[in-house]
Design a protein around this ligand. Structure first.
Ligand SMILES: NC(=O)c1ccc[n+]([C@@H]2O[C@H](COP(=O)([O-])OP(=O)(O)OC[C@H]3O[C@@H](n4cnc5c(N)ncnc54)[C@H](O)[C@@H]3O)[C@@H](O)[C@H]2O)c1
Length: 378
């Protein structure tokens, strides 16, 4: 198959859809990989590394879209890319269609085959192509929190791990899923006293078994949260209710019960946030202060560490990309139910219920689009 890797052109996006290692793997399977010049630079991969791995470099994004049968990238195509997409071209990337009607209509019009990373789903219901970014954001949360706890950055001026003879900071983590677990682990590793809260008792049991001694688990309810915020120095919001807005576990009135200089890192801000006073911020201007409480609410935290994020993402996407290239999208999706769940928009039809519901569009069955194309009669 002819595979294309364009350079991401969305503002501040430094990740890339395929690493040189990924190129080598696809080449091993007999595929041709075209990489746009400088596509990997933001993640620290030089053109020469791609060439050594067997990629052919193309000078422009137009060349990549015009040449490839399958495009592998990171973010959804933006307006400048719409016209470059060819009918029947397979796009393997994040789309988040339910948050953009314009993108949905553009992909329907282009008659592309859109396989969305975010809806690829395992039988366990886990989302294997979202997990790596939650892992990155979760591990970043205490790192960012520790930074903003410093006095010059308006925090309480407390060192997360304390020192001998001085108590460490108290870190409260709301939600013990992927983000929360990783955040708790890193905060505990830095020596903080960590409390992790969840509404799933089973999850709390698992965490209690695997976490170090300086992490305690507490059931999440309003009473317990109100108590914990009084002593917390850093609070990490990591709650998710699938398909719904995050609940506001910390309401505005609770800020007055916190110590001045407390830092809130609301990782769940991309789902509306679990702290009422949070609103999305950017890496250029990540924080704001309300009632002497520092709010960090960057909606794309992994964007700050593109090297790690690109490797983490492509470790997860590459095995699927190899299947798509080896078998073609129809056979690959027939044989792999997890990949099949990634099909959102195919040849001018919406095949994913969440997207059809979001924009009031008709829903075609996945089975209908997976039927082999009729062979043209000579
Ligand atoms: N800001 C970013 O850059 C970024 C990056 C990655 C993920 N995220 C977001 O982080 C959030 C968490 O993602 P995840 O992968 O950890 O999800 P997850 O499903 O693995 O974990 C969510 C946890 O929240 C728990 N929960 C639900 N209601 C709760 C409540 N009332 N109190 C306490 N816990 C509760 C669930 O039981 C679950 O364990 C999501 O909104 C995700 O989109 C943000």
């Amino acid at each position: 198959m002819l595979i294309g890797v364009p350079k991401e052109i969305k503002n501040n996006e430094n990740r890339v859809g395929l690493t040189p290692a990924g190129v080598a793997e696809l080449r091993k399977h007999g595929h041709t990989v075209y990489v746009q010049a400088t596509a990997g630079l933001g993640s620290g991969f030089q053109d020469a590394e791609y060439q050594q791995a067997g990629a052919e470099l193309l000078p422009t994004i137009e060349d990549v879209y015009a040449t490839a049968e399958m495009i592998i990238k990171v973010k959804e195509p933006i307006q400048q890319e719409y016209a470059l997409i060819k009918e029947g071209q397979l796009l393997f990337t994040y789309f988040h269609f339910a948050s953009s009607e314009e993108l949905t209509h553009a992909m329907l019009e282009r008659k592309a085959v859109c396989l969305a990373y975010e809806t690829v789903e395992l039988p366990s219901r886990a989302l294997p192509l979202l997990i790596p970014m939650s892992e990155v954001a979760g591990r970043m949360a205490p790192q960012e929190g520790a930074k903003y706890l410093e006095k010059p950055l308006k925090g309480r001026g407390i060192l997360l791990g304390g020192v001998p003879g001085v108590k460490p900071a108290h870190v409260l983590v709301l939600g013990g899923g992927i983000v929360g677990t990783q955040a708790a682990k890193i905060a505990a590793g830095l020596g903080a006293q960590v409390t992790i809260m969840d509404i799933s008792l089973n999850r709390l049991r698992e965490l209690d078994d695997i976490m170090p001694k300086n992490v305690s688990t507490v059931y999440s309810n309003e009473y317990n949260i109100r108590e914990a915020i009084k002593t917390a120095d850093l609070i990490v919001g990591a709650v998710l209710i699938p398909g719904a807005k995050a609940p506001h576990l910390i309401t505005r009135d609770m800020l007055k019960d916190m110590k001045p200089g407390t830092v809130l890192v609301d990782v769940a801000v991309d789902q509306g946030g679990c702290i009422e006073t949070c609103r999305p911020t950017t890496h250029e201007d990540p924080t704001f202060i309300i009632d002497e409480v520092v709010h960090y609410c960057v909606a794309n935290m992994p964007g700050a560490v593109p090297y790690t994020s690109t490797l983490a993402l492509t470790n997860a996407t590459l095995p699927y990309a190899v299947k798509l290239a080896n078998q073609g999208w129809r056979v690959a999706c027939l044989l792999n139910e997890d990949l099949q769940k990634g099909l959102n928009v195919v040849n001018g039809e919406v095949v994913y219920k969440g997207v059809a519901d979001a924009w009031g569009l008709p829903l075609a069955s996945v089975e209908s689009v997976l039927k082999p194309m009729p062979t043209p009669v000579a």
